[in-house]
Design a binder for this molecule. Structure first.
Ligand code: ZN
Length: 214
């Protein structure tokens, strides 16, 4: 197999990012890379079980009562023929890229496809990877136009309790930079300074109970 370093690195990144990602930004990048570098080696079918409707108990008919005509049924408004979610078959194209395989959904259908292609039941689990976030970042940085702008816009809104982990340093720094004295650590420092001042003040300068405005 022809393996150049770029292919090895890129396929590794895609494999790990695939474990992490679910945004449409990632799927665009994934499609782009697969189309350019990977080759189709077959198909698989994913079957996702449906959910029956509770309102009509899966009959698709809703019983109504009329004083003159008695009981009669109407098609259930909440579902399709008794299915709240219809069972669905998703056709997946299977790619080989480097030493990894990737699946890409290309079509879904409510009819069972007539084929001998292997069927995967349920959702495809991706075991999480500790390199996932890193790989995703690099891929988006390389392939998504305007990623840096979007990343900056979306960064720093939340405060990570585990800010001292290296993987959270960048987000924590942006949080402080963007929110300054309103950032979570600044507010915490302010609160503890206030508490300290209150404790250090001599007791008599604290307001007497009758001086309180309520
Ligand atoms: Zn129903």
């Amino acid at each position: 197999m022809n393996r150049n370093p770029k292919q090895i690195i890129l396929s590794w990144l895609l494999h790990h990012a695939n474990r992490e990602a679910s945004s449409h930004y990632f799927y665009q990048v994934k499609d782009l890379i697969l189309q350019k570098h990977a080759r189709v080696i077959g198909y698989e079918i994913q079957f996702i079980e449906g959910k029956k409707c509770w309102t009509c108990k899966g009959t698709g008919k809703y019983m109504k009562y009329d004083h003159y005509t008695g009981w009669y049924s109407e098609p259930c408004w909440h579902c399709y023929n008794g299915w709240y979610h219809r069972p669905v078959w998703v056709i997946l194209q299977k790619y080989q890229f480097g030493k990894y395989t990737f699946l890409k959904p290309i079509k879904s259908t409510y009819e069972k496809p007539e084929t001998n292609v292997p069927v995967i039941k349920g959702y495809i689990d991706h075991e999480p990877s500790k390199y996932g976030e890193f790989a995703l970042f690099i891929l988006l940085l390389l392939y998504e136009k305007g990623f840096m702008k979007r990343w900056w816009r979306e960064s720093g809104w939340r405060w990570y309790r585990n800010w001292y982990y290296p993987c959270n340093w960048a987000q924590s720094a942006i949080h402080i930079f963007k929110r300054k004295q309103n950032s979570i650590p600044a507010q915490r420092i302010k609160r503890s300074l206030l508490k300290l001042r209150y404790r250090l003040l001599p007791a008599k300068s604290q307001p007497e109970p009758e001086e309180l405005p309520f």
